[in-house]
Design a protein around this ligand. Structure first.
Ligand code: PLP
Length: 392
């Protein structure tokens, strides 16, 4: 058998491996608390589920347009107007099977041998994986704890070369919970004036998930880069719909036809009942989103407080998403050793920071999308393990 060489370049998302291992341990009788996988522990709100069921009962069983049903594309355009204050055409919106596919398409469009793509590190692992797969060279944008898991625009701009084709920005961020503030994004957009051929993929899948009244700054707000910005968002996190596989991309005029072709080649269209559910999500009652965020905020404070009480662990307060990214360097353990110890010995599923890139060494990611009781139970267990390692 001879598979193409690029197959060996594909990485993975360790969260799914940890999920499988956690399920196996639970199957063998271990009480496992899952703080690994990045998905809300809330059910999809009932009115959204109802809309999906109704669509099936109403006979929406066939293919839809490859771009998505018009009602949903319109609803997305209205939502972008309402939340980001920018008028966009529904013709530039593509409904996708999850948020991930927009990033894959963007990377595929620009990536090839000789090209460079900038991406956040630590960051969502699929960025680096897909960049390598495309043949392009991944150029990490380091997100350091000392910089609040953000970056200085000048540092990002200094990484751009004549070979740079695409820059990936993710705010609020996985795995750090960091948020890049408006002033820095403005500086980045200003600096990009000098690089008119560089496109930007803005992964805003956590756009509705910020705390302390921070709100969200979208890169779409900066007019000078709008004609080369690809915006990624979706329903997975905001509406607790990870398993429905529904997301969207907003594409600039210069790329939309390529993106449509990729849709037709890769997936034809998105599950039609999920698309009707997506309309109900955007146009219906938003209070379930607010309630979920209130719960996440309480858990955020709980888990960060508990982590900071442990010897050897320090954790900055995340500003967005639902992840805590504590520093474990004082324990002398690697991120992978800590992940394995917590899972195999303590029954706590977490993800090693190195799963998100080399800059994640010395950190582990906790998803606090779990009940306060479970978070407390996990923290009790971990605290006991840390006392054993570090001494009382
Ligand atoms: N982008 C980021 C930063 C994510 O963390 C995730 C999922 O964890 C995605 C995109 C993918 O979202 P989806 O499940 O909708 O494909």
């Amino acid at each position: 058998m001879t598979v193409s060489a690029k197959m060996s370049k594909l990485g993975t998302e360790t969260a799914f491996d940890v999920l499988a291992r956690a399920a196996a341990l639970a199957g063998s009788g271990m009480d496992v608390i899952n703080l690994g996988i990045g998905q809300p522990d809330f059910p999809t709100p009932p009115h959204i589920v109802e809309a999906g069921i109704r669509a099936l009962k109403d006979g929406h069983h066939g293919y839809t347009a490859a771009t998505g049903i018009p009602e949903l594309r319109e609803a997305v355009a209205e939502d972008i107007m309402a939340r980001r204050g920018v008028a966009v055409s529904a013709d530039h919106i593509l409904i996708m099977p999850g948020g991930k596919m927009t990033m894959s398409f963007a990377i595929e469009m620009f990536g090839e041998i000789g090209a460079e793509i900038l991406y956040p590190n630590p960051g969502f692992p699929i960025y680096e994986s897909m960049i390598r797969y495309s043949g392009a060279t991944p150029v990490p944008i380091p997100l350091l704890e000392s910089a609040g898991f953000s970056f200085k625009a000048e540092d990002v701009l200094s990484l751009i070369t004549e070979k740079t084709r695409l820059i990936i920005i993710n705010t609020p961020a996985n795995p750090t919970g960091g948020v890049i503030d408006r002033a820095e994004l403005q500086k980045l957009a200003d600096g990009l004036q000098n690089w008119p051929d560089v496109f930007i993929l803005s992964d805003e899948i956590y756009s509705r998930m910020t705390y302390d009244g921070l709100g969200h700054c979208s890169l779409l707000e900066f007019e000078n880069i709008r004609d080369r910005l690809i915006l990624l968002d979706g329903w997975s996190k905001t509406y607790a719909m990870t398993g429905w596989r529904l997301g969207y991309g907003l594409w600039p005029a210069s790329l939309i036809e390529y993106a449509k072709r990729l849709c037709v080649n890769y997936h034809s269209c998105v599950n039609s009942s999920a698309q009707y559910a997506g309309v109900a999500a955007l146009t219906g009652d938003q209070s379930p989103v607010d309630e979920m965020m209130t719960a996440f905020d309480e858990r955020r404070k709980l888990i960060v407080g508990r982590l900071n009480d442990m010897r050897g662990i320090s954790c900055v307060m995340p500003k967005g998403a639902f992840y805590a990214f504590p520093n474990i360097t004082e324990t002398g353990m690697t991120a992978k050793e800590m992940q394995d110890l917590l899972l195999e010995k303590q029954g706590i599923a977490t993800i090693a920071g190195t799963s998100f890139g080399a800059s994640g060494e010395g950190y582990i990611r906790f998803s606090y999308a779990n009940s306060s009781d479970n978070i407390n139970k996990a923290m009790d267990r971990m605290s006991a393990a840390m006392t054993e390692i570090m001494g009382a």
